[in-house]
Design a protein around this ligand. Structure first.
Ligand code: SAM
Length: 269
């Protein structure tokens, strides 16, 4: 059986573009090879590998997990079942942070996962800075460290295993965080079922993590600060209340994502 025949056999089950990507993965080739060689005959083992991947994809494993990598901010990141797959919407945190950089800042990313946010920031920041990335998961931190090595940023970013800011002593100019913010109801959605719930779920209203973080934050901020938190659009009013309780003088703005939904709260002074 050829590449073309096998792909077309399953075209009713999955989008053709995804089938071709699975084929590329099964053959350890890039996608251009699949386009250029539709008549290439497949071995039994090629077909078996493809079917295994297809079954996983049909069981809601995302393509990024099967490929074990995901592009974010034009960089390639390794991901695993212990990390969230970085979402395009989260690029907003990086873009906004980059607009506010200057020399010698202390920058922290809380709940770094694959390291996508802090590493994209460090790679694109024209100014000198000290970077810290934290996570409660050792396994996620190991992936983030591997990504730092691959991007030649190992010596720039300090990785720390800690629950929120518990083991942190410094003060920061820029704080970015995409911590878990989903409710148990939102966790039922098929597309996220295969991702680690420790990366997504945050109590009944999805705000457990940010409520705790906002209580801790005041004593970790330098005189002039910027905090960027990724949130769910529905959390606008409740997060605003929490911010006012903990940082009454702060300026609060909401930034919209690619779909024009509120996605980031910007807190500054
Ligand atoms: C939504 S994921 C975001 C990952 C990454 N920042 C991104 O944007 O792709 C949340 C991350 O926060 C971490 N996390 C969960 N609870 C935490 C806590 N109490 N302290 C620090 N990190 C935590 C999870 O392990 C996970 O890696």
């Amino acid at each position: 059986m050829s590449i073309k025949e096998l792909v077309s056999k399953y075209k009713n089950k999955l989008d053709i573009n995804e089938l071709e990507q699975l084929m590329a993965l099964a053959l350890h080739k890039n996608i251009a090879y699949i386009y250029k060689n539709p008549d290439k005959l497949l071995s039994r083992s090629n077909i078996l590998t493809f079917k295994k991947l297809l079954n996983k994809r049909l069981a809601d494993y995302s393509l990024a997990y099967l490929k074990k990598n995901k592009e974010f901010y034009n960089l390639n990141f390794i991901v695993s079942k212990h990390t969230l797959i970085p979402r395009p919407d989260s690029e907003l945190l990086v873009t906004e942070a980059l607009k506010n950089t200057s020399n010698n800042q202390n920058i922290i990313d809380i709940g770094t996962g694959s390291g996508a946010l802090i590493l994209s920031l460090a790679k694109n920041n024209k100014h000198t800075a000290n970077y810290v990335a934290t996570d409660i998961s050792t396994k996620a931190l190991n992936i983030a460290k591997t990504n730092a090595r691959k991007l030649k940023l190992k010596n720039k970013v300090k990785f720390i295993k800690t629950n929120l800011l518990n083991s942190i002593n410094n003060k920061f100019d820029i704080v970015i965080a995409n911590l878990p913010y989903l409710t148990p109801e939102q966790m039922k959605e098929a597309s996220i079922k295969k991702e680690p719930s420790t990366a997504l779920l945050s109590g009944k209203d999805g705000l457990d993590h940010y409520k705790k973080l906002l209580k801790q934050l005041p004593k970790y901020l330098n005189k002039k600060y910027l905090i960027l938190l990724e949130i769910d659009p529905q959390q606008k009013e409740s997060i605003k209340k929490e911010i006012i309780n903990n940082l009454p003088q702060a300026k609060i703005e909401f930034l919209k994502d690619l779909a024009n939904n509120i996605r980031v709260v910007k807190i500054s002074n």
